[in-house]
Design a protein around this ligand. Structure first.
Ligand SMILES: NC(=O)CCC(=O)C(=O)O
Length: 182
C-alpha cells in the first residue's frame, strides 16, 4: 500500500504529546497531566536517509491507532521517548512496544530516563528496541546506558512478505485514517 498522504498541518517534526496521561490506579498511581499540560494535535514524522521515522511520547504508545497511522504514512521505525513508572512499567512497557512492532511489522525504539529512587516520579527505565517480528533485540535495565541495535529494513520487508497483514487489511470494512481525511 502506498504511504497515506496527510495534510502538512497534521504532519510536523516537532514532537508533542498527543494523549495526556490522566490515569488513576487506586492505591498505586494517580497522574493528571491535563492539570499542567495541553495535548498536541500534530503527528511527528521525519525522513532519514534510511527510512521514515514516527515519534510518539510516553503514553502515546498505548494508542494502537496512532502507530498504525504512522505505519500507513510509510514509517518503518517508531521512536517513543517515555518514562513509565514502577506500576505500569513492569506490567506494560515491553508488552506495548512488542505489540506496536508486531501489529505494524516495523521497528520500535524506546528511550526512558534511568531510575532515580529519590525522585518523586520513579521511572521504570528499560530503554529497548523491538524488531518487526515482535522480538526484543536490545534493551537495558534501570540504570543509565546506551542501547544499540541494527535496524534491518530488508528483514522488515521479509517479515511483511511472509505474513502480509499490511496488504490483507480489510480497509473496505475498517480503516484508520487521519481526521482530516475522514
Ligand atoms: N507520562 C506518561 O505518559 C507516562 C505513561 C505511563 O506511565 C503509562 O503507563 O502509560
Amino acid at each position: 500500500m502506498p504511504p497515506l498522504g496527510v495534510s502538512p498541518a497534521l504532519e510536523r517534526a516537532d514532537p508533542s504529546l498527543i494523549h495526556l496521561f490522566d490515569i488513576d490506579v487506586p492505591g498505586k498511581i494517580r497522574f493528571q497531566e491535563s492539570e499542567t499540560l495541553s495535548p498536541g494535535s500534530a503527528f511527528s514524522v521525519f525522513e532519514t536517509p534510511f527510512c521514515k521515522v514516527g515519534v510518539g511520547i510516553c503514553y502515546d504508545i498505548r494508542f494502537a491507532e496512532m502507530a498504525q497511522l504512522y505505519s500507513k504514512m510509510g514509517c518503518e521505525l517508531l521512536v517513543y521517548p517515555g518514562a513509565f513508572n514502577m506500576t505500569t512499567g513492569p506490567a506494560h512497557w515491553e508488552l506495548l512496544q512488542r505489540a506496536r512492532a508486531l501489529d505494524n511489522q516495523l521497528y520500535v525504539a524506546t528511550a526512558s530516563p534511568a531510575r532515580d529512587e529519590t525522585s518523586s516520579y520513579i521511572a521504570w527505565g528499560h530503554s529497548t528496541v523491538v524488531n518487526p517480528w515482535g522480538e526484543v533485540i536490545s534493551s537495558t535495565g534501570s540504570e543509565e546506558a546506551v542501547v544499540y541495535a541494527e535496524i534491518d529494513l530488508q528483514y522488515l520487508a521479509d517479515v511483511r512478505q511472509q505474513i502480509p497483514v499490511t496488504v490483507q487489511r480489510r480497509d473496505d470494512l475498517y480503516a484508520v485514517k487521519p481526521v482530516a481525511e475522514s
